[in-house]
Design a protein around this ligand. Structure first.
Ligand SMILES: Nc1nc2c(ncn2[C@@H]2O[C@H](COP(=O)(O)OP(=O)(O)OP(=O)(O)O)[C@@H](O)[C@H]2O)c(=O)[nH]1
Ligand SMILES: [Mg+2]
Length: 360
């Protein structure tokens, strides 16, 4: 289970990846003209969460620990990249991501030439998808050949096991041949597990970011599948805001009519796309937010905190965020009988606070 969501910021050269990276992380990495270089940079950011702030105010712990998200700015993807073969370093970066933030250039700027000659976000999107799908297809075809050979030779794995993999890969191939990225196939957990080692690029949940120029209206664009989402933002303006002192930024934010900054919006969308939810632990030492798969059991969630808590799991004391706040404290909530004792198969709900009882 990933302790921290890893999102890769991708897009064609000069689409505004580094600009967005700076806007999200508050970093000040150089944005350059005529770039498109194969380079990556990483920053870990705290997930903004009002609930954590309120819980911290209630418990006054020594330490407050937000959930974290790692953003990697991945430069170097170009049109035609998959055909030429993606460089190993680039591929490693791409494969290790939980999801992509795909920056699509919408802004017009004469100083910044577009590698394809004109600004057309939909074309860019389709083209990048095509690159990923081609790459996935090549892997699938190679693997299918190997499986055929394995069947012919015999003697190794059971036939049924090989045929099961074959069947699934054939289904993936058909999807790609119909120009549908793999993430649209709605595979179940078991199927995901079977193919996880291939790290297919078109399988990763993808958040499309329409990078608008200042004051540019967002084009009408809706996500076509639950594994995809679209948000529009003004990357350059937000990067400038992220670099101002907070009170100054506030003034400009209002002046430009930006209701909410990209970071919380984008993280919210990413949680939904990746099927993640938040739970909290509270105490005098630490109040902390955690990420866990939606639908995770109390025992799995305990494992996110510590493997010992998962192994020795006995029960969890659980309460909703609103109830805990209304009670005004853990003991107060207990006195009201609002703290529930749940077993290992209990499915944790968004925003719940959990205290694990485990055997040492
Ligand atoms: N006018 C305008 N310029 C922008 C906007 N976003 C980015 N730019 C400019 O576009 C250029 C490229 O931005 P980067 O953020 O470096 O783009 P990138 O995708 O990281 O580029 P490479 O790493 O070279 O592929 C820079 O000169 C930015 O200032 C925008 O919203 N409006
Ligand atoms: Mg860059």
């Amino acid at each position: 289970m990933p302790e921290m969501m890893r999102l890769g910021i991708i897009g064609f050269p000069q689409s505004g990846k580094t600009t967005l990276f700076n806007a999200l992380t508050g970093e000040n990495r150089p944005v350059h003209l005529g770039g498109g270089r194969l380079e990556t940079q990483l920053a870990v950011v705290n997930v903004p969460d009002d609930r954590l702030d309120r819980l911290a105010a209630l418990f006054r712990p020594q330490k407050v620990t937000p959930a974290k998200v790692a953003f990697t700015d991945i430069g170097g993807l170009e049109s035609g990249a998959a055909q030429k073969g993606l460089p190993g370093a680039l591929l490693n970066q791409l494969s290790s991501m939980d999801g992509f933030v795909h920056v699509l250039r919408c802004f017009e700027e004469a100083r910044v030439p577009h590698s394809l000659g004109s600004v057309d976000a939909r074309r860019d999107w389709k083209q990048m998808e095509a690159e990923f799908m081609l790459y996935d297809l090549l892997i699938i075809e190679r693997r299918l050949e190997r499986l055929n050979e394995e069947l012919r030779k015999g003697g190794g794995r059971p036939r049924s096991e090989i045929e099961r993999e074959q069947g699934l890969l054939e289904r993936l191939r058909q999807s790609l041949e119909a120009e549908q990225p793999l993430r649209r196939l709605n595979l179940d957990d078991e199927q995901h597990r079977l193919i996880s080692s291939f790290a297919f690029l078109s399988l990763k949940p993808t958040l499309l970011v329409l990078n608008l120029g200042e004051g540019q209206p967002p084009p009408p664009w809706q996500a076509e599948h639950p594994a995809e989402a679209v948000i529009a933002l003004q990357g350059k303006l937000e990067m400038e805001l992220a670099q101002m002192p907070p009170d100054e930024a506030q003034v400009f934010q209002e002046m430009y009519g930006i209701q909410e900054l990209s970071l919380p919006r984008l993280i919210r969308q990413a949680y939904a796309l990746l099927g993640l939810q938040t739970f909290f632990t509270v105490g005098e030492d630490e109040v902390r937010a955690w990420q866990v798969r939606r639908g995770a059991t109390a025992q799995e969630a305990a494992g996110v905190i510590h493997t010992d808590l998962m192994r020795g799991f006995i029960r969890a004391e659980v309460i909703g965020y609103k109830e805990l706040l209304e009670a005004g404290g853990w003991n107060e909530a207990r006195a009201k009988g609002w703290i529930r004792l749940e077993g290992k198969d209990y499915r944790l709900q968004e925003g719940e606070i959990m205290h694990v009882r485990a055997a040492a």
